[in-house]
Design a binder for this molecule. Structure first.
Ligand code: 4AD
Length: 456
């Protein structure tokens, strides 16, 4: 269907005076004796295009003035004092009627209500802006890595090994367990892959395989977590960006993460000014200054042990008590990022016991070369580390954790054949979008969020 994008119509002065065809959904309609006004939106821009129907010219528009109706308009683009430009309609065609029970009415709906209509909420300004920023951020991430010699690899989504080792994997199976099997091993042997398989929680292990061949790689795809965390920051299916870099130690991993975050946020500031202004007005006052501030200041770095000291001396009444060795809870992360550092902060060198088996063991024997990036308002958006590249140390750690070494034979081979210091991190895409847009619930930055007890 030949037509011009409304974004183009709104921004290209060369079209003024020309006859244009536009398509879209009616956002508002106003009718008076001699003239009808429709605000049309086709999703290509936040701005609506005003359609003016001069009733004295007998332009037929029956049912086209209904909220939500899909229409096609042919007319002349003219300058307008109020709207910049508008179309004087010559021809209005109803493409899809919309009855009055259309769930999106003119009033502002709550985000909670909009979550109940995921198939329609995308037609609101809020979701138009969220998904445009999401799309621009995705391109910016690819741009960053591609322009720094990284190879984009796609790691398998069905896997036999649990990367994070926390038992949070969804099982992939074609048969149900029954008493027909003597035990779990016999059941898994009869299943599709002949062994237990699940949805990947992270592409890191395969990413390391690729990085120790191509030098620098990144993945950008879904990861799955069966964790029972019903919070505004957790979904069961999220998009994960995981760079992995050979010949890199912990400080290199931090530098890459900081440069990448600043690069993609700069790109959004440049490409999405209208969307950011919208979020600033409706969701987070000071959002643009926050993003500008982030790209123009160095991220803080705080050692885990120092963070524990700071928290203990803070005089705060935290819900979860703080002791060296504890995992930092959201309240602790936010205190460090928002009250102490007031900016993005890497927490480094976590206790070995609360982190994954693959992290490089520090000489103190108690901590590992890990780093999480916390940002004000959201908390952790990145988790990463230098990896243990010493075969003997890695095997000893895996044995200590009673892991099945056979299942990790490929991974261990990387430490046998030309092992190098290497590291990387995982960035949660939805968490980054939350930070950039000011949206406070992860359910509002994913098309169809999957959470405990909820799938549609
Ligand atoms: O800290 P995580 O678990 O680290 C890993 O998976 C490593 N293998 C990454 C690596 O080093 N290559 O997860 C990384 C990030 C978190 O910081 C968070 O942003 C996001 O993934 N994430 C989630 N996002 C939404 N919902 C969930 N349930 C998430 N779990 C992790």
């Amino acid at each position: 269907m030949q037509h011009t994008d409304i974004k183009e119509v709104l921004t290209n002065p060369a079209l003024i005076g020309a006859t244009v065809t536009v398509c879209g959904w009616v956002r508002t309609a106003r009718d008076s004796k001699n003239v009808a006004f429709l605000a049309l939106n086709d999703g290509t821009s936040l701005g609506h295009l005003q359609i003016v129907i001069d009733k004295t010219r007998n332009v037929a528009y029956e049912n086209a003035d209904k909220l939500g109706a899909a229409i096609r308009v042919v007319g002349t683009l003219v300058e307008s004092a109020q709207n910049g430009v508008e179309i004087q309609a010559d021809e209005v065609t109803l493409l899809g009627d919309c009855p009055p029970e259309y769930p999106l009415q003119k009033k502002r709906h709550t985000l909670e209500y909009l979550r109940t209509i995921p198939h329609l909420r995308l037609r609101t300004n809020t979701f138009n802006a969220v998904f445009r920023v999401r799309s621009v951020l995705a391109r910016a991430l690819h741009n960053y890595f591609q322009s720094h010699n990284y190879v984009y690899v796609n790691t398998p989504l069905i896997t036999a090994s649990d990367c994070e080792g926390a038992g949070e994997m969804f099982q992939v199976t074609t048969i149900g367990y029954s008493d027909q099997y003597k035990n779990a091993d016999e059941y898994y042997a009869a299943d599709f892959f002949g062994k237990r398989a699940g949805l990947s929680v992270s592409g890191q292990l395969e990413g390391e395989v690729a990085a120790t061949a191509f030098g620098k790689i990144y993945t950008f795809g879904p990861s799955f977590r069966a964790e029972n965390s019903n919070t505004p920051r957790h979904v069961a299916e999220f998009w994960h960006i995981e760079p992995e870099v050979a010949f890199a130690e912990l400080p290199d991993v931090l530098a890459i993460a900081e440069e990448m975050i600043k690069s993609v946020i700069s790109e959004v500031l440049e490409k999405c000014p209208d969307e950011l202004r919208f979020f600033e007005e409706h969701f987070e006052a000071g959002l643009i200054a926050k993003l500008q501030d982030l790209i123009s200041h160095e991220f803080a770095v705080v050692d885990y042990t120092d963070a524990i000291d700071i928290l203990k001396k803070s005089g705060q009444d935290f819900r979860y008590p703080v002791e060296w060795g504890c995992d930092l809870q959201t309240e602790h992360e936010r205190y460090i990022a928002e009250v102490v550092c007031k900016r993005a902060v890497f927490i480094t060198n976590y206790p070995r016991e609360i982190k994954s088996f693959y992290m490089k063991q520090n000489p103190d024997g108690k901590t590992v070369a890990a780093a999480d990036l916390l940002v004000p308002g959201v908390g952790e958006i990145i988790g990463g580390s230098e990896r243990e590249s010493n075969y003997d140390k890695l095997v000893a750690e895996m044995k200590r954790r009673k892991m099945n070494l056979e299942a990790y034979a490929d991974y261990l081979d990387l430490r046998r054949f030309g092992s190098v210091p290497h590291g990387g991190f995982g960035l949660g895409f939805e968490r980054l979008i939350m930070y950039v847009t000011g949206m406070k619930n992860i359910r509002d930055v994913a098309l169809y969020p999957r959470t405990v007890g909820s799938i549609r």
